[in-house]
Design a protein around this ligand. Structure first.
Ligand SMILES: C[S@@+](CC[C@H](N)C(=O)[O-])C[C@H]1O[C@@H](n2cnc3c(N)ncnc32)[C@H](O)[C@@H]1O
Length: 433
């Protein structure tokens, strides 16, 4: 989209793309249905045009002052989460009075009303009558235990840490240490973020983080469905064991296991982060305490690292992968990484790029990590072990994460020579150069 478009040209785009979406709605419930490429494109163009129109019409001073006050909204959401306001309002949309809500939540009524009214200007909750409050589709997200936990995490630990970004950058300008971050200043701790969360004296913090990760994966672009359908799990022989390294409460393994009855799973994580998903998988899924900086104790067929490496500075990524490589003793053993691959500016829309850049700052504030493009990933794999080969990269449609598959070179070649059964990725593309 041209950067110098006029307001009316942008309005034309909006009308045109809106018509495509409205026609599409006859066939689909949601306009952001990622299975339909034309609707996904129309939605993305519409949002991009709306964003450009907004900034153009708002004007520089108002635009900048508005952005600079984003923390008020974060604080209001933090308040709502803290006092569990959403849970006291009927989920079915029936309104209750502000006074009743204040009493149920044990909060001071007038302050509560002021906070909710700010949120309403951002389309969160609605006021269907005088001094009445009800849920709308946005506020209902808070009712989902996992998605609600994600919003709590963003408006608590993540929000508070962000406010120390400049100070941390002054103290540790180019640190690759995981305990020299804005989070360390915000919480006055010398522990890296994950240790801080898992060893917190507030046990709910670890549980909330675990649920938050599951909650983030409920969004269309991060749904675990992309992992289930984005890899050919059915091509793996029965009794294949997959280790889910840094698997949190095990929801990813459970989703793959439900669709693939022949596979077995070991979910590894720092003990206290487990909220262990309920499973009825009859011994096919077990949990194990494991620190991924130490040699991998399980000799398995597949090592999955989903949204794990992303959170670590380069030197730690190398350590984590080397610890897994040391256990790749079985023929055909492979590492599957599902993570972000940054795309260069100009190749995606501004709004998509904004998400990547936002994540990049989050990585900086919490973990001293960064977003990586494919070249960065390949360089890291080479440092881990020159024999470690990236044999396939794919991005499931609608997913913001890509799946990278890695084999040890000699091992894959000898397996191929012995029985001709190269991994399916090799047969398609051979090594990704
Ligand atoms: C961002 S979460 C990803 C969880 C899950 N794989 C997913 O896709 O949602 C990263 C996970 O790595 C775990 N973790 C962090 N440091 C670890 C360590 N040293 N050893 C094992 N797990 C660790 C965290 O507890 C957390 O569950």
């Amino acid at each position: 989209m041209d950067d110098h478009m006029t307001v009316s040209a942008l309005a034309d785009i909006i009308r045109h793309q809106a018509e495509i979406l409205e026609d599409g709605r006859l066939r689909h419930t949601y306009p952001d249905h990622y299975g339909d490429k034309s609707l996904t494109t129309a939605r993305s163009r519409l949002l991009e045009a709306c964003d450009k129109l907004n900034h153009l019409v708002t004007g520089p001073e108002e635009y900048m002052m508005g952005l600079a006050q984003g923390h008020r909204l974060q604080a209001a959401l933090q308040y709502v989460c803290h006092f569990r306001l959403a849970s006291h309002i009927p989920a079915d949309g029936t309104p209750i009075s502000y006074d009743e809500l204040a009493e149920k939540a044990s909060v001071e009524a007038s302050r509560c009303v002021r906070i909710l009214r700010l949120l309403m200007t951002h389309h969160i909750f609605r006021e269907p009558g005088t001094r009445l409050i009800a849920h709308n589709r946005n506020s209902r997200v808070l009712l989902d235990s996992d998605a609600g936990a994600a919003i709590e995490w963003y408006t608590n630990e993540a929000f508070r840490s962000s406010t120390f970004l400049a100070e941390a950058s002054e103290l540790w300008p180019s640190s690759e240490q995981m305990n020299q971050t804005a989070l360390n200043l915000a919480y006055d701790t010398s522990l890296p973020a994950f240790r801080f969360l898992s060893q917190s004296l507030e046990p709910s913090r670890a549980d909330r983080y675990s649920r938050a990760m599951a909650g983030l994966s409920k969004r269309r672009q991060l749904t675990v469905e992309h992992l289930v359908t984005g890899y050919d799990w059915k091509s793996l022989p029965n009794d294949t064991t997959m280790v889910d390294v840094g698997g949190g409460n095990g929801y990813c393994s459970k989703a793959i296991a439900d669709a693939n009855p022949g596979l077995k799973f070991v979910v590894q994580d720092l003990k206290k982060t487990f909220g262990a998903v309920h499973t009825d998988l009859k011994g096919r899924l077990r949990f194990m305490e494991y620190d991924f900086f130490t040699p991998q104790p399980v000799v398995a067929d597949v090592y999955l690292l989903r949204r794990v490496l992303h959170y670590h500075p380069n030197k730690y990524v190398v350590k984590i992968l080397q610890a897994q490589v040391s256990a790749m003793k079985k023929p055909g053993a492979r590492i599957i990484i599902m993570d972000d691959i940054a795309i260069r500016s100009g190749m995606i829309t501004t709004l998509e790029e904004r998400k990547t850049r936002t994540l990049d700052i989050s990585m900086m504030s919490l973990y001293n990590s960064a977003e990586r493009d494919l070249g960065d990933w390949k360089a890291l794999f080479h440092t881990v072990d020159p024999k470690l080969k990236l044999v396939d990269v794919r991005k499931p449609p609608g997913s913001s994460l890509s799946i990278m598959e890695l084999w040890m070179d000699q091992q894959s070649q000898s397996r191929g020579q012995n029985d001709g059964s190269l991994p399916y990725a090799f047969t398609k593309r051979n090594s990704v150069s």
